[in-house]
Design a protein around this ligand. Structure first.
Ligand SMILES: Cc1cc2nc3c(=O)[nH]c(=O)nc-3n(C[C@H](O)[C@H](O)[C@H](O)COP(=O)(O)OP(=O)(O)OC[C@H]3O[C@@H](n4cnc5c(N)ncnc54)[C@H](O)[C@@H]3O)c2cc1C
Length: 441
């Protein structure tokens, strides 16, 4: 049986960061991947979606400027766009596997624990001094009659023909982002949400404004509606909900994602877990000694995002190489939903401190500024949260909210005062960055 210093199960952003760092050491490392090298983000997540968003945004911005100098809005040929996407992204898993195998052993297949220090992949056993579980998450599939007719985000991001009528189940970022893309390309989209709330992790006013904006552009919302069954009929798919029936050509289950743990045989190594993921201690060690978990598969309160997964990969490298024995300390994490308009948020959410005396909330419409007015970006609103004159939270709805909010991240994360900021920095003008100095107290 081959023996390694580290066995990494998965090759997504968490494991990939760790494997790149371990390549600088003399450790013997094995990387195991059951599906596509590189994991969700470059194959079925952040990267392809933001690539497709480039063309979708051009369409939506030109629609927004109709009658303001733009005579004919752009249109989107989904199949042509998808061809450029597939040409760019199809080689990535192979290239990623090649990069990893320059420094480490690589084996294709799903890993399963035999005991806390041994895994089995495709009938072979491998021993690891340290084993790192970085298996990420996978899309949920509703357990309803006709569930085989449901698609996931994976399918949409490689769909070569645009269906006429599409339905998305879920009010989270995956449903709303993908719905934005296909609607910009001309699909007739309905989003079925089981409650009356979109994007729970973002400020409620901004999510309501986003829903209204999307509805104005022709996306239908069925709130407080539960899908109960799907059936293939001659006319297309018949969706049975608790509010009645509707038809569609393509239904996407975007009801959430769950940890990839089912195939791991965690019980063989006594590794504790629940439906949110694998339990770890403050050093990312699981309940089994020298077995660690990093990335989306971990049960933690921090958002399940690529930079967080990579941060954990970096932390574990520092821990395993003796450079940092301290418990993990997560930095300030910003997040965004790449809809049109976008919503982005960092630090304290204004909804959580509405009535608390120690906090001051300022809401600033930005649509008067030439930068936003020139794009006819009517919705853009920035909300800042201060505590004792220090900026502690920022959120924005607007066409460039993600970039805008990144300007506030260092101020919040590094606790920079207004005076320090103004003394140290003069930003590019005109941009949101140039407003930061005057907005800070
Ligand atoms: C549609 C979509 C859009 C997203 N957009 C963003 C975004 O804009 N920004 C952002 O920060 N994040 C985004 N994310 C989230 C981001 O993709 C994840 O946070 C990130 O990929 C997590 O990395 P990971 O390494 O933990 O897991 P993953 O990337 O999921 O990788 C895990 C890997 O482990 C493999 N694996 C699973 N089980 C086994 C096994 N038993 N044996 C061997 N291999 C196994 C899987 O095949 C997979 O390749 C998005 C996700 C989705 C689905």
């Amino acid at each position: 049986m081959k023996s390694y210093d580290e066995i990494l199960i998965g090759s997504g952003p968490a494991a990939y960061r760790l494997s790149n760092l371990l390549a600088t050491t003399d450790h013997r490392v094995l990387v195991v991947e059951g599906f596509e090298y590189g994991g969700t983000c470059p194959n079925y997540g952040c990267e392809p979606k933001i690539f497709l968003e480039g063309a979708a945004r051009a369409v939506l911005q030109s629609q927004q400027l109709l009658g303001r100098g733009i005579k004919t809005p752009a249109t989107l040929d989904w199949s042509a766009l998808m061809k450029t996407k597939l040409d760019r992204f199809n080689p990535w898993p192979g290239q990623t596997s090649e990069i990893i195998s320059k420094s480490h052993d690589v084996v294709d297949g799903y890993a399963r624990f035999v005991n806390a220090h041994t895994i089995e992949v495709a009938g072979q056993h491998y021993h690891g001094k340290n084993i790192i579980i970085a298996t990420g998450q996978t899309p949920n599939i509703l357990d309803i009659p006709g569930k085989d007719l449901l698609h996931t985000s994976y399918d949409v991001l490689s769909m070569t023909e645009l269906p006429k009528k599409m339905a998305f189940i879920g009010g989270g970022f995956v449903a709303l982002e993908l719905a934005t893309l296909v609607a910009a390309a001309g699909a007739d989209v309905t989003i079925i949400v089981h409650s009356d709330r979109l994007l729970r992790e973002f400020p409620v006013n901004e999510t309501i404004a986003l829903g209204k904006d999307m509805a104005k552009r022709g996306i239908h919302f069925a709130y407080n509606t539960n899908l109960q069954a799907i059936q293939q009929t001659k006319q297309g798919l018949l969706l049975q909900t608790d509010k009645g029936t509707m038809t569609s050509d393509y239904v996407v289950d975007a009801t959430g994602r769950h940890p990839n743990i089912d195939r791991l045989g965690l019980e063989k190594a006594d590794i504790q877990h629940d439906r949110h993921g694998i339990a770890v201690d403050s050093h990312l060690m699981t309940s089994a000694k020298d077995v660690y978990a990093i990335g989306d598969v971990v049960n933690r309160k921090q958002p399940k995002l690529t930079p967080v997964a990579e941060f954990e990969g970096q932390y574990l490298f520092d821990l395993l190489t003796g450079q940092n024995p301290e418990p993990i300390h997560y930095p300030t994490v910003a997040r965004a939903t790449f809809t049109f308009p976008e919503i982005a948020q960092v630090g304290i959410n204004p909804d959580d401190v509405q009535k608390k005396a120690d906090y001051q909330i300022k809401t600033i419409p930005l649509n008067g500024a030439s930068l936003y007015a020139g794009q006819n970006d009517q919705t853009t609103t920035l909300t800042l949260v201060f505590s004792h004159h220090q900026l502690v939270g920022a959120s924005e709805i607007g066409d460039h909210a993600a970039d805008d909010i990144n300007n506030f991240l260092p101020v919040i994360g590094l606790k920079i005062s207004g005076q320090q900021y103004r003394q140290a920095l003069i930003a590019i003008y005109p941009a949101l960055a140039d407003k930061v100095a005057s907005l800070l107290q």
